[in-house]
Design a protein around this ligand. Structure first.
Ligand code: 5GP
Length: 113
């Protein structure tokens, strides 16, 4: 697998990286949909949520915990935020390496309205 996110992980293209550990990298979305829009990407190759294996359940846990920790660190956890994971075409996925969107910084409204 070789997506734009793999190139960011390998530092082959620039990104505004806000967090990284051994499992996860997080960087600002190039086309933000909210005042805060950060992508949390696992370093292990997984194309979509549909490809996640039961033995890899901790991967999503790492992404969610990293996003929650970032929200607390940046001081908007109590105001609130949204996390989104798009899967395949109808889900709006455009980059086929698993990732979690963190959106915050303004009232986002009730999802689906
Ligand atoms: P998806 O639609 O797959 O759920 O989300 C992919 C996201 O990656 C989009 O929100 C898009 O704006 C973002 N994106 C695409 N290419 C780049 C890039 O080169 N750099 C960064 N930082 N974000 C990107």
């Amino acid at each position: 697998m070789d997506t734009i996110f793999h190139k960011i992980i390998r530092r082959e293209i620039p990104a505004d990286i806000v967090f990284e550990d051994e499992h996860v990298i997080a960087f600002r979305d190039i086309a933000p949909q909210a005042p805060v829009h950060v992508l949390f990407v696992p370093k292990i190759d997984i194309a979509t949520l549909d490809d996640l294996q039961p033995s890899q359940s901790e991967v999503v846990g790492h992404l969610a915990l990293a996003a929650a920790a970032y929200a607390r660190r940046e001081g908007f956890a109590e105001d609130g935020y949204r996390i989104v994971m798009n899967c395949n075409g109808d889900g709006g996925q455009t980059v086929f390496q698993l990732h979690l969107h963190l959106l915050a910084g303004a009232p986002l409204g009730h999802f689906g309205t």
